[in-house]
Write a protein that binds this ligand. Structure first.
Ligand SMILES: Nc1ncnc2c1ncn2[C@@H]1O[C@H](COP(=O)(O)OP(=O)(O)OP(=O)(O)O)[C@@H](O)[C@H]1O
Ligand SMILES: [Mg+2]
Length: 501
């Protein structure tokens, strides 16, 4: 026993010493890959190695991304997908919770699918699956999203009615479906249960009524997004270039999660049938941005897909503001995790616990600015080296110009070291213009200002920023309202103006 303890102490000492002589980055050969077979992300912080990402040396191609709002998660995802499509010709399906990718996807020539515009998904579509398996998946989604598991009788009634609807539509429960047969919908399921209620012979009518009520939530007129013949073929979307599935117009989180679970189940099934082969590489990236229970629940396919590693032709990218909304299994199994700016200790503890990084890395993460990141990679090798490293900045691939306004000049040393204070505010050209216009500045002035700003490069300090605005004849009140609109506290706003008396 004592022996073991001495050894542990020694290896701790050794690792501390190693840490001093060899800074914590994986060897170059793991970071710098063939540019025709990898995607550029950014330069590493210590050795300034251009880091290019590829899945070939990783345990799996799945990626998780965390960081507070504005940290640059969506920016990263867009950059990543754009380059992946250049390099590998990969397709992408974005399960777009908040509708934040729509305009980018349109700009990039992709397609959007929107439930407000008459698109439907039939939850009972089989996509080649046996009805009995599909029924289990639907029940699994209901278990995750509702409390049906606590009501075994209702659960049983639902499951039976779903199976019966398949049988009534001419399917054989345990056989693969004939390709041209039309599957039933949830409306058929509720009708079946309604008939049973009308017959009046069922022993627990209240249970039956509650069962019908539950299913009606997803099949009511006007909210029957998942209870009509599908207008989109999810399986086909996996090879259709860039697709945004906009969930933002669905009535609530439960509907969004239902759609997300259905899409993941369908893709997974389709890719399982195709089987994995190393030569096929990654055919598709599926993005799940802010996915609530879909990323957190143990039973969700998001968790299963990442756990199952390299089994499918697709990579799943899970992005979230709140790491505790992401199941630990996702962090500990994803081949790559990008940690962007994180503010709360609670989140940091959770991440440090899941990924097991040093306090040094922890302190580095807490100092990150917009677009900067720590990267954790699970390499497929017996060779031991640090698998977490810092990158200077994710180098973007967006058509929009981005400006960073730094307020460090008006902060004191203590504040500069305080990680809870935001020090950089970033804008793309469009959002800065609209913020300026919102704060009452004329559009001709805005155009002139933006062009002058461009001359300064993309990083600007707040004092120069305001000098330029005042120089264009913008009133103090408009500037104040702009600064407040950026989220600057009143106290900081007045500090800024102390420089202009
Ligand atoms: N690496 C980067 N380089 C330059 N600008 C960036 C970078 N990352 C993010 N930005 C800019 O910062 C702003 C916020 O980024 P983004 O929308 O990606 O944040 P987010 O983490 O997705 O936030 P949310 O959680 O609110 O969706 C955007 O205007 C974006 O253009
Ligand atoms: Mg985002």
């Amino acid at each position: 026993m004592t022996l073991v303890r001495i050894q542990t102490t020694m290896s701790n000492e050794i690792s501390k010493r190693l840490f001093i002589t060899r800074p914590p980055e994986p060897p170059h050969e793991f970071l710098l890959n063939d540019p025709t077979d990898s995607i550029f992300i950014g330069t590493t912080k210590v050795f300034k190695v251009p880091f290019t990402w590829t899945f070939s040396m990783l345990t799996n191609p799945h990626v998780s991304v965390v960081g507070i709002t504005g940290a640059g998660k969506s920016f990263f995802v867009k950059t990543f997908l754009t380059r992946a499509s250049y390099v590998w010709n990969t397709n992408a399906i974005i399960i777009d919770w908040a509708g934040e990718y729509i305009s980018w996807v349109k700009q990039s020539g992709g397609k959007t699918i929107s439930f407000s515009k008459g698109d439907y998904l039939n939850l009972m579509d089989l996509s080649g699956m046996k009805p009995i398996d599909r029924t289990k998946q639907i029940m699994n989604s209901l278990d995750i999203l509702t409390d049906i598991a606590e009501y075994p009788e209702q659960r049983r009634l639902t499951e039976e009615a779903i199976e019966q609807s398949y049988v009534n539509a001419g399917f054989i429960l345990a056989s693969p479906p004939p390709p041209d047969k039309e599957p039933p919908t949830l409306k058929d399921v509720t009708s079946l249960l309604d008939e049973k209620l009308q017959e009046g012979t069922y022993e627990y009518p209240a249970e039956l009524e509650n069962t019908i009520y539950r299913l009606r939530q997803f099949s009511r007129e006007g909210e029957d997004y998942f209870a009509n013949k599908s207008t989109v073929d999810i399986g086909k979307l996996a090879s259709s270039g860039l697709i945004d599935i906009d969930l933002s117009s669905l009535p609530d989180e439960r509907f969004r999660a239902m759609a997300a679970l259905f899409i993941l189940q369908t893709l997974k099934e389709k890719m399982r049938m195709e089987g994995w082969s190393a030569s096929a590489g990654i055919k598709t990236f599926v993005v799940l941005d802010e996915a609530w229970k879909v990323a957190s629940d143990e039973r969700s396919d998001a968790v299963t897909i990442i756990r199952e590693g390299r089994k499918y032709h697709f990579g799943l990218i899970v992005a979230s503001q709140n790491p505790t909304d992401v199941n630990e299994a996702i962090f500990s199994n994803a081949g790559t995790t990008f940690m962007l700016r994180i503010r709360f200790e609670k989140f940091m503890n959770y991440l440090q616990g899941s990924l097991n990084f040093s306090d040094f890395i922890r302190s580095e993460i807490s100092k990150l600015g917009v677009g900067q990141a720590a990267v954790d990679m699970a390499f497929n090798t017996g060779v031991q080296f640090p698998n977490i490293f810092m990158i200077d900045k994710i180098v973007g691939e967006l058509p929009l110009d981005t400006y960073l306004v730094s307020i460090s000049k008006i902060l004191n040393q203590d504040e500069i070291e305080d990680n809870t204070i935001q020090k950089e505010y970033s804008f793309d050209k469009m959002s800065l213009s609209s913020k300026l216009i919102e704060s009452g500045i004329g559009s001709d002035v805005v155009l002139k200002f933006i062009s002058k700003l461009g001359d300064q490069g993309n990083n600007i300090d707040i004092i120069t920023f305001i000098k330029l605005l005042l120089g264009e004849g913008v009133s103090r009140d408009s500037v104040i309202s702009l600064l407040r609109g950026m989220g600057l506290k009143d106290e900081l706003v007045s500090r800024v103006f102390k420089n202009f008396v």
